[in-house]
Design a protein around this ligand. Structure first.
Ligand code: ADP
Ligand code: NA
Length: 296
């Protein structure tokens, strides 16, 4: 099994479904409300564990009911939560209003995630014991940098999902092995709208880049090699939330097992295709046997 450590966010998504979102000063009656465990860190951890990785999560939840549920959701999918801290105060929440045209408006309150501005004693040892460290940008940047640098000191490879997209400091980039933006993030980071040009531009910053292209699959570029495009299986999408996290989690497992990049990308695409055919983010993430069947 691949040893994967995820350093990142946990959030409870508080999702309100309404015909039309209210304007300022307006009150409307919505149709439905759901609480859905999420956060990019937790989602990647769940995706990787279900795909067959041996996964630990470094993060923080609040000492509230959401924190208890976020922890048990991770554990249910087989994620080791020994290094998931419970801190005083609320868990991270994302307040999401989804309208009938599928548009959404989101307010994120970092809560416990905001306390993760440094590594704790013991985190470096956990990172050192892994094959791969998965990072995103939903916790304070100093902790992301510290995690990447700890990985570098111990020869652990790092995969960064640059979401939410923001300028990346050199001290982080120097410790990143693989960057996995979606098209929008690749454009934000480079100012280039063509994914291939954006991907090649990002090679100035890191040695390997995978740009995810939604239904069009993914594009892989590495220094000194020809770009590779790997298509996604053709499926009818139901809910693409978390597709990118499913893709990254599965890709990490496949790479950790030593699969060549092209094969790992096809395997990750199989996992992500399964997840988009079902409702929900983490709830829709496939387990290894399903991925193997879809990939075969
Ligand atoms: P994000 O979810 O971060 O916005 P993408 O939309 O690029 O990222 O999706 C990530 C991956 O999920 C894609 O590379 C692809 O493999 C898969 N995927 C997303 N949408 C679809 C779709 N409609 N059909 C099949 N696969 C999809
Ligand atoms: Na889904």
């Amino acid at each position: 099994m691949t040893d994967i450590v995820v350093l990142g966010s946990t959030n409870m998504d508080l999702v309100t479904y309404v015909e039309k979102a209210p304007q300022r000063g307006e009150t409307v009656t919505g149709r439905e409300f759901r609480t859905i465990p999420g956060g990019k860190g937790a989602n990647q951890a769940i995706a990787a564990a279900r795909a067959g990785g041996d996964v630990s999560m470094i993060g923080a939840v609040g000492n509230d009911a959401f924190g208890t549920r976020l922890r048990s959701t991770l554990e249910h999918s087989g994620v080791d939560t020994d290094d998931l801290r419970t801190v005083e105060g609320p868990s991270g929440t994302a307040h999401i209003v989804v309208d009938d045209e599928g548009g959404n408006a989101i307010v994120v309150i970092p809560g416990a995630n905001g306390t993760l501005d440094h590594l704790s004693p013991g985190d470096e040892g956990v990172i050192a014991s892994a094959d791969l460290l998965l990072l995103q940008l939903e916790i304070p940047l100093p902790a992301v940098v510290a995690g990447a640098q700890a990985a570098r000191r111990h020869g652990v490879r790092t995969v960064l999902t640059p979401s939410p997209a923001q300028p990346l400091p050199d001290e982080l980039l120097i410790a990143v092995d693989l960057l996995v933006p979606n098209e929008h993030e690749a454009t934000t980071l480079t100012g280039r709208t063509d994914p291939r040009e954006a991907a090649i531009g990002l090679l100035d910053l890191v040695p390997e880049v995978v740009v995810t292209l939604g239904a069009a699959g993914s594009l892989y570029v590495a220094r000194g090699a020809d770009p590779v495009t790997v298509p996604a299986p053709k499926v009818a999408p139901v809910d693409t939330t978390g597709a990118g996290d499913t893709f990254v989690g599965a890709l990490a497992v496949a790479r950790g097992e030593g699969r060549p990049m092209r094969e790992a990308l096809a395997w990750a695409a199989a996992a992500a295709a399964l997840s988009v055919q079902r409702e929900g983010a983490s709830a829709s993430m496939p387990y290894r046997p399903e991925i193997e069947a879809r990939y075969a």
